[in-house]
Design a protein around this ligand. Structure first.
Ligand code: IPT
Length: 935
């Protein structure tokens, strides 16, 4: 009965968007209409970036990244919750240590970010199994449907994750979760009941915020089904990846997947770009710098702004803001390698890029220009030059106009000028404009800019703040181009040009300023019947030097630091937490007396701009130790005929490793048989996922290796021979009647995702799927990670280690082992290298350390690197182009002894080129990072 009621309730909710009775108890009310989401009746423009806590195993660094999101002007973070990351075994869940999502949600709230919570159950995200735990492979019933086995399993996950999310909802007044996302790109599927059940379950578990889902690719098909029918969500969102994932061709690609205009699925809900491309997976091993170029500032200017005005969407989530690391066996191997840097605005090493600056310029604008939360498309100004297009939206209440200026031909690279015949709310103007190449600008007219009235401007507005009784506005335009701004005054105001070259005319109430965008011009306007205004008119680059933050004494603008984390004012004392990459002048606009930055007093002097300037110190020099004292040890015991495998599981029900609870990384097989003497080949087949391999021995003798199969190809799902290997039995190796042992080491690379559902792709087996020695019967035993699903190391979790001998015997772990000095030569098989290094990095400074391997990743070697027991990467020619591996602080002990272990699986003789430690950046400031103990 309760269930029926809930189903009815969701059906009603789904259709009308009304709030549920549960909300009657809520402290805050989240609602929406066709324009925007509202919080307690106030319109919100939701500007989120995606963040994956499971790709950053250091909870203190979650704060670092989220503070960087906030500082860029994002007001929200979108988070997938990864079922596989929390559940090693059916019924077993862990939410502690690096899995403490309660702490994550608390941090998001403290930092001031709303949360879009995305618990799946299916998440995709290039994670192993698309977020499905590997044990789910053995649960019958098609995943992502109403099949009973799957339903029981996913409900258990939701039983665990939903209450955590529920506790942190905005509606409860105890958190910042604003939206709840069910499933992921479910468009290829048809089980509406399942989509409905997920929502019913969420409501039963206390979710009262609006429910959304992210719809892929061809949203139009969904409008009829998911927009209104059974399973429809309240606020459907759409995923747009206009630049594709062709990073190798970053310099020529321009919108092969369309204009990226977010389609609207429901007329009663706001447009929501649930995933809007901001980076890419590196499908063709071009390296993430190329992905960053593919989705760089030029792309962001054109596509983001075009989407804003074309779609009128008011909720956005950029995928990714920071990508992070596929540490351990987290990756879905077919599309990604260890780094999930994604070419995002913040690099995997947590450094800010030119994309970050562009986000800041755009985000600050979206935040400041509140009329953007409610706009209708209208006919815009006519352009005198047909090469230039002016698309317009207006706020029906304020009349404010937002004019998108772009090239008519989106691919045009030309430099074009023209005049807009612009009927603004403040009169009709002939406005000269210019656009160079694939740029786009959102120009504003008819806007109450604080206490000023902006008639129009050909500069873009970054932000404006009411500070100490005057308006401080930051405007910007393309370096070297002309700009003009018209403001309205009842009488002629006094215009003082404090810096730069700016002309002014006053005519008929219109004060028009003319200038060229260059450096930073400063214009003070007083009188004219309004409170004073300070216009700071810059270029893209100078605008990006500004940061804003709110304090109890009003907003502050800070210029010159490399980051502003937070600001607060107490009894006139302004305290800033800010980072610097070098000693730098800093300028502060705000209402305060004394200033401390990172706890140290700043001695400043007042300027004619009404600001305070001072100088901040930069970081201390960092020298990292050379990695010396390597020791090494060869394993391969399992290949020896006499090895005691009596404790191993007997593989008498097929060979697939998941069936025995071995889900990550290496798996050993040992097959015993009595030879007839006539055997000539050992024929095998293994599925590892892309980039995997397997090695075969006979009685301790290495026979060779083969590439593991993928079987992820939708076109050939039944491929009967995906990872074949044929190994000749050496002459005389098998005597008639003699006992023999074949040993196989399979390097599984993680599970496929299940993007299309209909082929149950995540279920494809891993490990050996076939092995025969002629017609001779063989009995097999199998060994993977120690303990299998019963984790011996729950802190590092289910995806950290596989079944190499050294992994099973603690060779990954911190401490000293009494090994001989390293011999850099490796033979086919597994060789381990270990060393230690002690760090004492400068305190109150954020140093990002990476482990760099020299040169191109070698063919024939696959190296897993463990730092203090944490598996932080896979390096090798057949794995990917990556040579730099981020060592996140927390896992990396910044003040103490660290242990580095490398497990080398070689399929041919070679030598190891040892890696070195390098810094990817160092800033004074940062967050305090405590060692990651896992508990
Ligand atoms: C979209 C997925 O929703 C997301 O999980 C991630 O996989 C992303 O792609 C690519 O990184 S799917 C869309 C590209 C069709």
């Amino acid at each position: 009965m309760r269930r029926l009621f809930a189903v009815l309730l969701v059906a009603i909710l789904g259709v009308t968007g009304l709030s549920s009775p549960a909300q009657a108890r809520d402290k805050h009310r989240v609602s929406y209409d066709n324009y925007s989401i509202t919080l307690d009746g106030k319109r919100v423009l939701l500007q989120a970036a995606e963040f994956h806590y499971f790709r950053l195993p250091s909870p203190d660094l979650w704060r670092d990244v989220l503070e960087k999101y906030r500082a860029a002007g994002f007001n929200a973070v979108s988070i997938y919750f990864n079922w596989a990351y929390h559940s090693p075994k059916d019924g077993v869940y862990d939410f502690t240590g690096v899995r403490d999502v309660e702490r994550l949600l608390r941090t998001a709230e403290e930092v001031g970010l709303y949360v879009i919570a995305r618990p799946g159950p299916y998440i995709n995200a290039e994670t192993t199994g698309g977020g499905f735990p590997a044990w789910l492979k053995r649960v019958p019933g098609r995943a992502r449907t109403s099949a009973p086995g799957y339903t029981r399993a996913y409900r258990d996950w939701l039983n665990h994750i939903n209450p955590i999310i529920a506790r942190h909802q905005v509606t409860r007044g105890t958190g910042s979760v604003l939206l709840y996302n069910v499933e992921n790109e479910y468009q290829a599927n048809t089980d509406a009941q399942y989509m409905e059940d997920l929502q019913t379950k969420a409501r039963e578990d206390g979710i009262t915020v609006p429910i959304t889902t992210n719809v892929c690719c061809d949203a139009g098909d969904w409008a009829s089904t998911w927009g209104s029918g059974q399973g429809a969500v309240q606020i459907p969102g759409v995923d747009d990846y206009p630049q594709s994932f062709d990073c190798a061709n970053a310099d020529t690609v321009w919108g092969p997947w369309g204009e990226g205009v977010t389609e609207r699925i429901r007329a009663d809900a706001p447009g929501f770009a649930a995933e809007y491309q901001s980076g890419a997976i590196d499908l063709n091993d071009a390296g993430y710098d190329k992905c960053r170029e593919l989705t760089g500032p030029a792309y962001m200017k054109y596509f983001h702004k075009n989407n804003l005005i074309e779609s009128g969407a008011t909720a956005f989530n950029y995928y990714m803001g920071f990508g992070g690391t596929n540490w351990g066996w987290l990756a879905q191997p077919n599309d990604v390698y260890t780094s999930y840097d994604y070419g995002a605005a913040i690099t995997e090493a947590r450094q800010l890029t030119a994309k970050y600056d562009e986000f800041k310029r755009q985000n600050y604008f979206l935040r400041a220009l509140t009329p953007l939360t409610k706009t209708d498309a209208v006919a815009g100004p006519a352009s005198s030059n047909p090469a230039l297009l002016a698309k317009t939206r207006t706020n029906p209440d304020t009349g404010t106009q937002f004019v998108l200026l772009r090239h008519t031909d989106r691919a045009a690279l030309t430099d074009d000028s023209g005049t807009l015949d612009w009927a603004t709310p403040d009169g009709r103007f002939a406005v000269p404009v210019r656009l160079i190449g694939r740029d786009a600008k959102v120009l504003v007219a008819g806007y109450d800019l604080g206490g000023q009235r902006l008639a129009w401007s050909t500069s873009e507005i970054m932000t404006h703040e009411a500070i100490a009784g005057r308006d401080v506005a930051v405007l910007y335009g393309t370096e070297g181009t002309a700009g003009a701004t018209t403001l309205r005054y009842s009488s002629k105001p006094r215009v003082t040009v404090l810096d730069g070259s700016v002309s002014s005319t006053f005519d008929n109430g219109n004060l028009t300023l003319g200038y060229t965008h260059r450096g930073l011009a400063r214009v003070l306007i007083t009188g004219g019947g309004r409170r004073p205004a300070l216009l700071l008119i810059g270029t893209d680059a100078t605008a990006a030097t500004f940061w804003r933050a709110d304090t109890s004494a009003g907003p502050v603008l800070v210029r010159g630091t490399s980051l502003l984390r937070s600001a607060s004012v107490s009894r006139g004392l302004l305290s800033l937490r800010a980072d610097t990459t070098e000693a730098t002048p800093v300028e502060l606009f705000g209402q305060f007396g004394r200033v401390v930055v990172n706890g140290r007093p700043l001695s400043g002097r007042a300027t004619s701009s009404g600001s305070v300037v001072g100088v901040l110190p930069g970081p201390e020099r960092v020298t990292l130790p050379a990695l010396r004292g390597w020791t090494s040890r060869t394993e391969g015991y399992e290949a020896q005929p006499g090895f005691d495998d009596s404790a191993w599981k007997v593989a008498d029900a097929g060979l697939a490793s998941d069936d025995y609870g071995f889900h990550s990384g290496a798996v050993w097989y040992r097959g015993r048989f009595t030879a007839t003497g006539t055997e000539t080949t050992i024929d095998t087949n293994a599925i590892t996922g892309r980039r995997g391999t397997y090695l075969v021995w006979l009685n301790g003798r290495f026979l060779g290796s083969a590439a593991g199969g993928v079987e992820a190809d939708a076109e050939a799902p039944q491929n009967p021979d995906p990872g074949p290997g044929h190994f000749a039995v050496p002459a005389g190796a098998l005597k008639p009647g003699a006992r023999a042992v074949v040993s196989v080491l399979v390097e599984n690379m993680g599970n496929n995702d299940d993007w299309t559902v209909d082929d149950n792709r995540f279920r494809q087996p891993r490990g050996l799927i076939r092995a025969s020695v002629g017609d001779t019967p063989v009995t097999w035993r199998i060994q993977g990670a120690q303990g299998g699903e019963d984790l011996v190391d729950p802190a590092r979790g289910p995806l950290n280690t596989g079944g190499l001998y050294g992994e099973r015997h603690g060779w990954t772990l911190p401490g000293r082992l009494d090994w001989p000095a390293a011999n850099p030569a490796v033979k086919p098989g597994v060789t381990w290298f270990r060393t230690g290094f002690t760090l004492d990095l400068p305190r109150k400074q954020d140093t990002s350390v990476v482990l760099r391997f020299p040169g191109t990743p070698p063919a024939g070697q696959r190296i897993q690197l463990f730092l203090n027991g944490w598996n932080l990467g896979h390096y090798g020619g057949s794995i990917g182009p990556q040579t730099d591996f981020v060592l996140p602080a927390g896992v990396l002990l910044e003040h103490g002894a660290n242990t580095l272990a490398l497990a080398v699986v070689a399929d041919q003789p070679g030598t190891i080129a040892p890696p070195e430690l390098v810094t990817a950046g160092t800033q004074r400031g940062g967050v305090t990072v405590t060692p990651v103990t896992g508990r």
